[in-house]
Design a protein around this ligand. Structure first.
Ligand code: SAM
Length: 240
């Protein structure tokens, strides 16, 4: 559960919003019930419920400690060209369980799904909720960020924020272990295409912008499988 207000001086913590309903009606906890909370930025709290009202739950902090569910050696952002239907939910939920630090949805030449700004904003709120629930379930200490939907140019403009850019490409590239060996990047951006894949022009362009082509093996993975395979292998290689 992500705490909304933490007062270290008084050792108190307040929960509001959907979490109140969840704790009262789903977990059916009462006063003196114990919950594990996080502040969303790396600290966990073991707390005891002191007061339950209609809209908030006040708790006393019993113990605080650094989150154990966070990768420490590398931060992986999954950039994915918007796939159809509920595949986005899958990428967000499983990607969070597997340790993604952030998600960057974008559109590229073969993206089929079209979202106007208003719809994209609403969709992002929903996506952020999916990530929050997955983070709580998997005991992450940080809630991964879901960036606003970007177009291809905006996605390319993000490259300078990362130590290493891996562009998943089924038609070429190197295996992950070759790309990671001896590199020790602290932040990695993994870019995955839509159902119809990337165009050759896009592959050429990303390489000229500093990305490396990542080959995930001889089989063609679904658009929602490829980012999960990549992130699982990256964290495995980093030993976390
Ligand atoms: N048509 C299928 C679908 O509907 O999901 C497969 C889509 S595949 C072309 C989507 C993306 O997954 C590609 O653009 C690429 O980024 C990534 N991908 C799939 N298989 C891959 C592989 N063997 N190596 C690297 N990337 C791969």
């Amino acid at each position: 559960i992500e705490a909304n207000q933490i007062d270290v001086a008084t050792q108190s913590l307040t929960l509001t919003g959907d979490d109140v309903h969840h704790i009262k009606n789903v977990m059916r906890l009462e006063v003196e019930g114990i919950i594990l909370c996080c502040d969303g930025v790396g600290t966990d709290y073991r707390v005891m419920i002191e007061q339950i009202s209609g809209k908030e739950i006040r708790c006393r902090i019993l113990e605080s400690f650094s989150s154990t569910g966070e990768p420490e050696r590398v931060e992986v952002t999954i950039a994915f060209s918007l796939p159809k239907g509920d595949k986005v939910d899958w990428v967000l939920q499983k990607g969070t369980e597997l340790g993604a630090s952030a998600f960057l949805p974008f559109t590229s030449a073969r993206t089929v799904v079209k979202l106007d700004e208003k719809k994209a904003g609403k969709r992002r709120d929903r996506w952020q909720r999916i990530v929050k629930e997955a983070a709580e379930q998997s005991r992450r200490g940080r809630i991964p960020t879901v960036h606003s939907l970007m177009n291809w140019r905006q996605c390319l403009a993000q490259f300078s924020s990362y130590d290493q850019i891996l562009f998943a490409y089924e038609r070429g590239g190197k295996a992950l272990y070759q790309l990671l060996t001896g590199r020790k990047a602290r932040s990695i951006l993994v870019i995955v295409g839509p159902e119809g894949g990337f165009t050759e022009d896009e592959a050429t362009e990303v390489v000229s912008e500093g990305a490396e082509l990542l080959h995930l093996g001889p089989r063609i993975l679904r658009a929602e499988t490829a980012p999960l395979a990549a992130i699982a292998c990256i964290h495995y290689t980093y030993g976390e």
